[in-house]
Write a protein that binds this ligand. Structure first.
Ligand SMILES: [Zn+2]
Length: 505
């Protein structure tokens, strides 16, 4: 769980929060349903578009504020300025230079990049750490700019509104989808628009256009697809990075880009390996354990100084805004998040006053010396849901721990609710409090050596396959000249971001 949102968090049930967002989108679409067919700025072709440019920008602006608040930006002004400048140079060469373009680095270790309508573009620190050159990064940004200039998302938004509605209700009332709910939680459905194959192809073409117009090296673009292929293989059974989930078939895209580049015979351009690597040195790598980590089923949050015991065998995931655990049969869940109240009493009252929530009982309690309120309630839904919650004060903050279970299966969660809700306590272990994140370091070879030799001389706690991927190593035995700069991961990995096995579907 999360950074500290301070005194302005929204501690409502997710229902309230999501409904607000969805209502906003629905209102926007109702208001603009009167527009009509317009020509696509990037292609000049006529296409159906319900939105004026002002509405498009406003939609992006609102979503941008939510993304920045929920996902958070990397606290590195130089890195932000660098990506912003690079993106701005590309966007200035696009068909829509007048949009309020913005380029931000999101504090997320997953390999991901995405765009919102109106020119709001994001790359994660995860994808940055895997980039080998400025031109490669420019091809990622160019692709996302292409989605905006060709207005792909506007088209998708209306198509997905119904689906988002379904997901929304599901994510709140039915624990089955809790494991997939990260997509909903992470800002907006807007982020996870799936574009069609044609849209992806067009965004690749537009990206290549902006890249070459700006004088960057076109041959760096296929490396982006190689990286996506490799990341996809590494992800294996694990969590699929979002960009891969929404951008299938990197191999075919690589082949196509290589063909285009060969046919068009672009003059050689700027690669910019050094300028990128300079900025990547010191960037946080992987999950930041200061925002919480698991050791077995125990969760530690050094940043907020608490610990918690999750039910053994449940799948638990530390997300930005919450910690969520799901029963193996997906009939129950426990969620921890900030409550937007000054006291446990106020938090409990606000929670129990929500529409659809019926109070059964509530009482003051103390949990490991912390003042708290415990409550039992039921939740209106097609299949009845029983709930148990604990609101607990730790320092200036109030946390809410909410267990939900289908009433007809309540017995399976009784013990877990009791032990987990009662396990919240102050984290005092100095070693656990002092964890530090891993970081990217850029190392220059003093003498020629192969990748394998480098890896032997620089042992790292990071997955060697991922390190090789980050360095675009194609032949690990090939000699690299002295002066070659390679990325290396410094520091030890502290704990995991998940506990328990993913439920079998
Ligand atoms: Zn795309």
């Amino acid at each position: 769980m999360m950074r500290d949102p301070g005194r302005t968090p929204n501690g409502q049930l997710r229902r309230g929060r999501r409904a607000g967002t969805l209502a906003g989108v629905a209102a926007a679409s109702a208001a603009v349903a009167l527009a009509g067919c317009a020509s696509n700025p990037a292609t000049g072709k006529s296409q159906l578009n319900f939105y004026s440019e002002a509405q498009e920008i406003e939609m992006g602006r609102q979503a941008d504020a939510e993304i920045v608040q929920q996902l958070g930006l990397v606290d590195d002004p130089e890195l932000q300025a660098y990506v912003s400048r690079l993106g701005g140079e590309l966007a200035a060469r696009s068909e829509r230079p007048g949009l309020p373009w913005s380029f931000k680095v999101i504090d997320d270790p997953v390999v991901n990049a995405f765009a919102l309508p109106g020119g709001y573009i994001y790359v994660t620190r995860g994808i940055l750490a895997h980039m080998g050159s400025e031109a490669e990064l420019a091809s990622v940004l160019g692709h996302e700019i292409g989605h905006v200039t060709a207005q792909h998302s506007l088209n998708q938004i209306s198509k997905q509104q119904v689906a988002m509605g379904g997901l929304l209700v599901g994510a709140i009332l039915s624990p089955e989808v809790a494991q997939g709910a990260q997509a909903v939680q992470a800002g907006l459905g807007l982020l996870f628009l799936k574009y069609g194959r044609d849209d992806e192809r067009q965004a690749d073409d537009l990206g290549l256009r902006y890249l070459t117009k700006g004088g960057w090296e076109a041959r760096e673009m296929p490396k982006m697809f190689t990286l996506l292929e490799g990341t996809s293989q590494l992800a294996g059974a694990g969590r699929l990075p979002n960009w891969l989930a929404t951008h299938p078939d990197p191999a075919a895209r690589r082949v196509r880009a290589e063909q285009l580049i060969a046919e068009r015979k672009y003059p050689s351009g700027e690669v910019g390996a050094a300028s990128l690597l300079d900025r990547l040195d010191g960037v946080i790598f992987g999950h930041d354990p200061r925002e919480g980590y698991f050791v077995g089923s125990t969760f530690y949050h050094p940043g907020l100084a608490f610990q918690l015991e999750m039910p053994a065998g449940w799948r638990a995931v530390n997300e930005k805004q919450r910690l969520i655990a799901v029963h193996p049969d997906k009939v129950a869940q426990i969620e921890l998040r900030h409550a937007a109240a000054a006291t446990p009493e106020a938090a409990a009252e606000a929670f129990l006053a929500q529409q659809g929530v019926t109070r059964i009982s509530s009482r003051k309690a103390r949990i490991h010396g912390l003042s708290a309120v415990r409550a039992d309630f039921s939740l209106a839904s097609q299949r009845a849901i029983s709930g148990r919650a604990t609101f607990v004060a730790l320092g200036e903050r109030v946390f809410q721990l909410v267990g939900l279970v289908y009433s007809d299966r309540a017995v399976v969660a009784a013990q877990a609710f009791e032990s987990t809700l009662g396990s919240f306590r102050t984290l005092k272990d100095r070693q656990r409090l002092a964890v530090a994140p891993q970081k990217v370091r850029v190392v220059e070879l003093a003498a020629p050596m192969s990748w394998n030799e480098f890896a032997r001389r620089h042992p790292s706690d990071a997955d060697p396959r991922q390190l090789a991927l980050m360095n675009h190593v194609s032949d690990p035995e090939a000699p690299l000249p002295a002066g070659t700069r390679l990325k290396w991961i410094e520091g030890k990995k502290a704990g995991e971001q998940t506990a328990g096995m993913p439920p079998a579907n």
